[in-house]
Design a protein around this ligand. Sequence first.
Ligand code: COA
Length: 374
Amino acid sequence: MSQPAITGTGVFTPSQVITNDELVVAFNAYADRWNAENADAIAAGDLEAKAHSSSDFILAASGIEQRYVLDKTGVLDPEVMHPWLRARSDEEPGVMAEMGVTACREALDMAGVAAVDVDLVICAASNHERAYPAVAIEIQQLLGCGGFAFDMNVACSSATFGIQAAADMIRSGSIRRALVVNPEICSAHLEWRDRDCHFIFGDVCTAVLIEREEDAQRPHFTIRSTRCATQFSNNIRNNNGFLRRTRKGQMDDRRDMQFMQNGRKVFKEVLPLVSAHIAAHMAEDGVTSADLSRLWLHQANKTMNDYIGRKVLGRDPEPGEQPNILQDYANTSSAGSIIAFAKHSADMGDGQMGLICSFGAGYSVGSVIVERRV
Ligand code: COA
């Protein structure tokens, strides 16, 4: 059996930023317009007026300060409140493929590997811009990779589940090298008109290159072990899909066709699930909290991450032990823990261990224990 290792990482970050203040100005303008348009119904008690959002609330409730997006003009226009992403012809690269190629090239360059030597591309993300052909196959073709490619979706855990799938194929010998790429266009499935969640998400794309350790040419991370688990829940749900009927006028009325969550319940139910999952994974791998130098956690909420960090380490994490990126990127679904890993791992010394963990809709939780080799 071959030992898999992460030898390269890449992050594509969109050039446009929306700060909390910009977001709140746009939301409040939208709410004021909506309240004015519906003044009679509100006065009659048939509709509830929309309350203002607040930057202070967003920072305190989530730890998010800003988010990157592919298009801010539409999102910040009170008459639009969604990104304007130009429909592309079939002859042009798709948006997800384009983001994916950039992140993958960075991962390949870091490892010193040519695309032609990659024999699996997994595009693992919360949403895919089309049903088929797979976005992963388009990325495979644009990069010039060999082998095969497929899409997978495990919502916020897509990246870790993809890493487990690729690592297991390397262990079994069916492939030699894999790119696991996570283009997350969260801005297009977020309901920016919903005060409870309009601040949550941002856009990004991450990629990891996984190789047989014996092929690694540069410092890398051995994948010691991976664990995935799921448990059905409706508390994070998006009902959009191919059975959706687009009778005229129906689209805007169906709130459930965008991201929906019962945030409080998610908080309460996911925290114990994740803590128990990580504890069991570490025990099975013979790893104790004293062995872990770093935690790269899913990036949804700072309070949640602080809680998990304390549970896993049995104490408050030291600065740098549990790096957060959500203050800059917001929640980027499956990509969050990989951004943290990509940006906060190069300084680690030989033999130091860390844990990547994602969690989210499904519910789903995926963890990867890695060990630095320099
Ligand atoms: N601005 C100002 N006030 C707001 C607000 C906003 N944008 N959104 C909500 N509020 C208010 C609510 O109306 C409520 O007021 P009330 O107490 O008078 O009723 C209060 O703030 C608390 O709202 P609540 O939704 O309970 O906030 P919260 O503290 O639970 O934080 C989340 C909300 C979403 C940040 C938090 O629940 C969370 O992060 N949950 C987990 C999310 C997660 O991991 N999801 C996975 C997605 S992949």
